[in-house]
Design a protein around this ligand. Structure first.
Ligand code: PLP
Length: 373
């Protein structure tokens, strides 16, 4: 089946008991045993597994082309499980440009616990190769990256990981399975903050890991979900499953709007730089065209001026809402350096935009007026 059909149907079918077309929301924490004490219907206790979460996991596995998916309470809970699945003394290679929470977890939690980490600019494949140590067990890639939209060649890093006998994890939150297919390109695990495009409506926090094959590592991730307990709750899982049904059409519209908005920004004298992989001027546009099927709805730009000027532009927006997060139907604008704090790599004159599903002309007009003074 093609991805549009999977998005509509994967993980749910009319309820066999009632005929309900929309998947029921199962809130029960516990499930009845058969008279002989068995659980033939497959469910025992809701932290362990529940039908609503299971439906989401089946859908996610099919969307990414993985063997299994494991749904968590947030993107960060999913990320945390990946590092917890390693052992003290193991070494990981992390990207220099990434969602700030990823290196923060390693710095604050897993380094004190014994994990070793190197931070590398993943655009430089020689640097990635050079960072490999005998105890390297994992390489983490985020592409396009937060907040400068740098790209990583997933297939090339997968080769390096394979040679090093390390696992490659790709944070596919920004691209979504519509934008790129990390497992097909050689990644072992895909991570999602389902909070973003998969949920798609800024009303649910969630995360997921999708594995290419079932093995010891995936069994450990599953164990960490069940015993660690940072599970996706039933209503959250239900909302993400619903969001997925319209994902292909939302992603196409996000991309079309982003192409229009970034082309406009690139033509403005008040804009010093625009970062969007779909722009021919993006230094890695060739890689983007090769690796991505859709360029997505995330972009950032640097205003000609300083921090105050960037904040003033955001302050003058009327349709773009000043807020963090991304991937919802509404457009958001954010001064990223303010959010990330002292360890930020975001330039002070940078504004990150999540381009929503409003009419592109209205979005362009909003930015024109905000930049206009
Ligand atoms: C939001 C985000 C995360 C973290 O997800 P939460 O659901 O907020 O925990 C991780 N990676 C990327 C790229 C994100 O945008």
């Amino acid at each position: 089946m093609k991805i549009e059909t999977l998005c509509v149907h994967a993980g749910h079918h009319p309820d066999p008991v009632t005929g309900a077309v929309t998947a029921p929301l199962h809130l029960s924490t516990t499930f009845e045993r058969d008279p002989d004490g068995e659980f033939r219907r497959g469910y025992i206790y809701a932290r362990d597994n529940n039908p609503t979460r299971r439906g989401l996991e089946l859908a996610l596995a099919q969307l990414e082309g993985g063997a299994e998916a494991i749904a968590f309470a947030s993107g960060q809970a999913a990320t945390s499980a990946v590092f917890q699945a390693l052992s003290p003394g193991d070494h990981v290679i992390l990207p220099l440009f990434a969602y700030y929470g990823t290196p923060k977890l390693v710095r604050e939690v897993y380094a004190p616990w014994g994990l070793q980490a190197s931070h590398v600019d993943m655009r430089d494949l020689a640097a990635v190769r050079h960072a490999v140590r005998p105890n390297t067990r994992l390489i983490w890639v985020e592409t396009p990256s937060n907040p400068l939209l740098t790209l990583t060649d997933i297939a090339a890093v997968a080769e390096i990981a394979k040679a090093a006998r390390a696992r490659l994890v790709v944070d596919n939150t920004w691209a979504t399975p519509l934008g790129q297919r990390p497992l097909d390109l050689g990644a072992d695990v895909v991570m999602h903050a389902t909070t973003k495009y998969l949920g798609g409506h800024s009303d649910v926090v969630g995360g997921a890991l999708i594995v290419r094959t079932e093995d010891e590592f995936s069994a450990r991730l599953r164990m960490l979900q069940k015993e660690g307990g940072a599970i996706a709750g039933p209503f959250d899982a239900w909302l993400v499953t619903r969001g997925i049904r319209t994902l292909p059409w939302r992603m196409r519209a996000h991309t079309a709007n982003a192409i229009a908005v970034t082309a406009f920004l690139a033509s403005q004298p008040g804009v010093e730089a625009v970062h969007y992989p779909g722009l021919p001027s993006h230094p890695q546009h060739e890689l983007a065209s090769r690796q991505m099927q859709l360029f997505g709805g995330m972009a950032s730009f640097q205003v000609a001026g300083d921090r105050e000027e960037a904040l003033a532009v955001a302050a003058r927006c009327r349709i773009f809402t000043r807020a963090t997060s991304l991937g919802g139907v509404e457009s958001l604008i954010e001064h990223r350096a303010s959010v990330e704090g002292p360890n930020t790599r975001a330039p002070e004159n940078l504004l990150r935009i999540s381009i929503g599903l409003e009419n592109a002309d209205d979005l362009v007009d909003d930015l024109r007026e905000a930049l206009g003074r």
